[in-house]
Design a binder for this molecule. Structure first.
Ligand SMILES: N[C@@H](CCC[C@H](N)C(=O)O)C(=O)O
Length: 290
């Protein structure tokens, strides 16, 4: 099967974007993996499928697959690329669109300076909804909130980590580190991702608090490994930092792929994420049957 695609990036988190508004392509997990493969396919952290409205009052549906072929609930940097894509392709003439994702409605909006702001909805803290299996564990008070202590591995010398756990539609475990440049992202990231307390696996964030309005962040993403930026990871880290009492309501996030700005007023207020969304190139590729 030969398909057209658009390659996009938001703060270096890169995507293959597919227009399925007229017909679904019916790709298999192996075909998503092929498209995301940096050697044999196009190369991407996630594949984003743009689908028609599933219900009145909603403009589009947005389906996300990680590079490992698994479907996931949410993708923040992808949401910004999504609205840029539907505008550039004239699938809508609106600057603000309501988009159905697996984890609910989000609303990305093109701003006058060319960036995109996304209403990502409120964070979720109930462990069972992350989901995080907290049976038999007690959270440890930390600042104005709490963290969970987890052992990475089963050996006697297993590293203990202390994480804030929450969902931004997808699951996140956020650690505070002294310096993101030397944080053990590549070694601890996969162990956190596959920790048995997270039945659906988890995205592992490593946050360095620089000031009350600035953090540096690296994220080991579930199903993709370390990416240059993770939008929902940035939202999760800032929300965790605000709840712990370390951050103010508006925070600049420095990622390896560029800056994002996250705002959260607390409680059930939505998290707002602002950042870039860029088209890199377009093309066609023969996707093997599988
Ligand atoms: N890169 C994304 C998140 C993509 C999904 C994530 N890897 C997961 O499995 O939940 C973002 O910008 O939020």
């Amino acid at each position: 099967m030969r398909i057209r695609f658009t390659k996009m990036q938001g703060a270096g988190n890169d995507f293959v974007v597919l227009d399925e508004t007229r017909a679904l392509l019916g790709l298999t997990p192996a075909q998503y993996r092929f498209l995301a493969d940096r050697h044999f396919g196009v190369g991407a952290d996630q594949v984003l499928s743009v689908r028609p409205s599933p219900a009145p009052g909603i403009d589009f549906e947005y389906v996300i697959h990680n590079a490992d072929g698994g479907e996931v609930e949410q993708c923040g940097n992808g949401a910004r690329c999504f609205v840029r894509f539907v505008r550039d392709k004239h699938l809508t003439e609106r600057d603000s669109v309501k988009v159905q994702t697996r984890s609910g409605l989000i609303e990305p909006r093109l701003t006058a300076d060319g960036r995109v702001t996304v209403d990502m909805g409120p964070p979720v803290f109930d462990p069972s909804k992350v989901p995080f299996d907290a049976a038999g564990l007690s959270p440890q008070p930390d600042g104005s909130w709490e963290k969970w202590h987890l052992a990475l591995g089963t050996s006697a010398d297993a590293a203990m980590i202390s994480v804030a756990i929450l969902s931004m539609g997808n699951p996140h475990a956020v650690q505070e580190v002294g310096d993101v440049d030397t944080a053990p992202v590549g070694t601890q990231g996969p162990l956190v991702e596959h920790h048995p307390r997270f039945p659906n696996r988890v995205n592992a964030g490593f946050m360095q608090v620089v000031s009350r309005s600035r953090i540096r962040l690296r994220v080991w993403e579930r199903g993709a490994g370390e990416t240059l930026a993770c939008g929902t990871g940035a939202c999760a880290a800032v929300v965790a930092g605000i709840r712990l009492g370390r951050l103010d309501a508006r925070v600049d996030v420095e990622t390896r792929g560029g800056p994002l700005t996250i705002e959260w007023a607390g409680g059930s207020a939505p998290v707002l994420m602002t950042g870039p969304a860029v088209t890199v190139f377009e093309g066609e590729i023969e996707v093997p049957e599988s």
